[in-house]
Ligand binder design. Structure first.
Ligand code: HEM
Length: 494
């Protein structure tokens, strides 16, 4: 039933509290007489202020400053030869995406024209779930093992004593980490400062695996090539613009899309047969390396068109959760040690930054309703329906059913194939039998009583299933429990 005051009066909605009660004065707090103190009972004041007091969430631990938009990806060819990912099968079939651009080191209010790689994070809302490419404007990274990432970032972020960026720390770390040299030649080149996200490329940097329906795998690297002339500025110009308009890249993105002028990136991949990796004089899974384009030419996959500003920055951009762990069938993780570490870190920080149920937010949800038994936690909004919240279950037909496993084996490594196997040998009965037989008669009775009392309250088909298992442990156990169930069910015992 519509509340008397909550309806929109045709022209403008009525101002209300969050629970719907109407607010008739939001500019004057309630006082005892016109000059008296403000009253604790002024719930309008308290709600307004208390909600305001909680408006901020932690900024991203890196890539805090940025902006984003929505767009559409359209493949120009089928990539079925290389991957069975659904969104890459059919030329012309569009997939909506969210893209976020960012600087890495500065905090939320920092200037856009710092020398820094730019984040280039794309979330494809595919028919098989979200696929995130969380990349950079430069093709390589500073380190090659995720375990060094906190040290690297500490050396770049403000000094813990002065809270100022410390070039002694930055170069201390670099000079002790020669793997950063290649990235330094990118970062300190003209490409290191960007003032317009439309005029820079994006790279996946890490190596993923594409696998086709026959199980044939390729290593893959992503390139998103901007369709406008690259535009880079030097150190002095960057500093000048930081003073003039610290938000200039964010502004350029917003204003341009608001004018109806989209940004386009050509999506290309480099593919490598893993066998070829052995012939190379560098490790293709090392993210401080690029792959020579004469040996591994760019293959055009399609076009990304960024064309829609967010309708709300906080809900759609600040709370957006990109993560390299979000993959879809046909795409796998390579053993790239940076990628392996990143797979853990992003959702870990998002559970802290946004909350346990961050995946329920509209911007982070897949294009269809996900089905699993995850429930509750802070701000749970859409718990799974029904009361069967576990697997295996027989009470809900074991729903939701597991998807069919790939018909090809997992990636092969010297230690074996990547696989999901039960622990073997199982033998669920021998030790249970020995334990049962070691009990004295009185304890066997008490055990049968305890189990029988609970099982008497379960469905008959469940009782039968459990008694079959007990019979395999020891027929005596099954008989005793069966008798107890009968006594409890027929109310000869309570
Ligand atoms: C092991 C190394 C790395 C770790 C542990 C790491 C960790 C993180 C974390 C914790 C965030 C914040 C996420 C959030 O709060 O939502 C983040 C953001 C980001 N990282 Fe990394 N990162 C690593 C390396 C890289 C590399 C190599 C790239 C590029 C290929 C990259 C690109 C990004 C981007 C683009 C974002 C911002 C995503 C957004 O726009 O929300 N990171 N990273």
């Amino acid at each position: 039933m519509q509340h008397q005051h909550s309806g929109t009066n045709r022209e403008k909605p009525t101002l209300t509290l969050s629970q719907g009660a109407p607010v008739y004065d939001t500019a004057n707090s309630e006082t005892l007489g016109p000059k008296g103190p403000v009253l604790l009972q002024d719930v309008q004041f308290i709600e307004k202020m208390a909600h305001f007091d909680r408006e901020r969430i932690p900024e991203r631990v890196v890539h805090a400053k940025g902006s984003g938009a929505f767009g559409v990806f359209v493949p120009c060819r089928s990539m079925s030869e290389y991957t069975c990912a659904a969104f890459l099968q059919n030329p012309g079939e569009p997939t909506r995406f969210l893209i976020r651009f960012s600087t890495v080191i500065g905090s939320k209010g920092s200037a856009d024209t710092a020398r820094d790689p730019r984040g280039f994070a794309v979330k494809f809302y595919t028919s098989e779930g979200n696929y995130d490419v969380v990349g950079l404007s430069l093709p390589v990274f500073f380190i090659r093992d995720a375990i060094k990432f906190p040290d690297f970032i500490h050396s770049q972020k403000p000094d813990p004593c002065t809270n100022l960026q410390n070039y002694n720390h930055i170069w201390d770390f670099f000079s002790l980490s020669p793997e950063s040299l290649h990235q330094i030649t990118w970062l300190y080149s003209d490409r290191g400062i960007v003032k317009d996200f439309a005029r820079m490329d994006g790279f996946g940097v890490n190596t993923f695996i594409w696998v086709n329906r026959e199980g044939k795998r390729h290593y893959v690297k992503y390139h998103f090539l901007c369709q406008e002339e690259m535009d880079h500025i030097d150190r002095k110009e960057g500093k000048r613009l930081a003073g003039l308009d610290p938000d200039m890249a964010v502004r350029a993105l917003h204003d341009r899309l608001a004018r109806g002028c989209p940004i386009r990136y050509e999506f290309n991949v480099q593919l490598m047969d893993p066998e070829r990796a052995k012939e190379l004089d560098f490790d293709p899974l090392d993210d401080t390396k690029t792959w020579p384009e004469d040996l591994f030419p760019l293959i055009k996959v399609g076009m990304l068109t960024v064309n829609e500003n967010p309708s709300n920055f906080f809900t759609q951009i600040e709370q957006a959760a990109f993560c390299p762990a979000n993959i879809v069938p046909g795409i796998e993780f390579s053993a790239d040690k940076m990628l392996q570490g990143r797979i853990f870190s992003y959702t870990d920080t998002q559970r802290y930054r946004i909350g346990a149920n961050f995946a329920q937010l509209p911007v982070n949800r897949p294009a269809f309703c996900p089905h699993n038994h995850q429930q509750d936690g802070e701000m749970a909004y859409s718990n799974p329906p029904g009361n069967i919240n576990y697997k295996p279950n027989s009470l809900d037909g074991n729903a939701p059913v597991e998807a069919p496993a790939p018909c090809y084996p997992g990636m092969s490594y010297p230690g074996g194939c990547v696989t999901r196997q039960p622990v073997r040998p199982t033998d669920d009965f021998s030790q249970a039998r020995a334990r049962y037989l070691s009990l004295c008669n009185a304890e066997k009775e008490r055990m049968a009583d305890a189990i029988g009392w609970e099982l008497a309250q379960a469905d008959q088909k469940i009782q039968i299933r459990q008694l079959d298992l007990f019979a395999k442990v020891c027929p005596d156990l099954a008989n005793r429990v069966s008798r107890e169930i009968y006594l409890f069910s027929s109310r000869q015992k309570d």
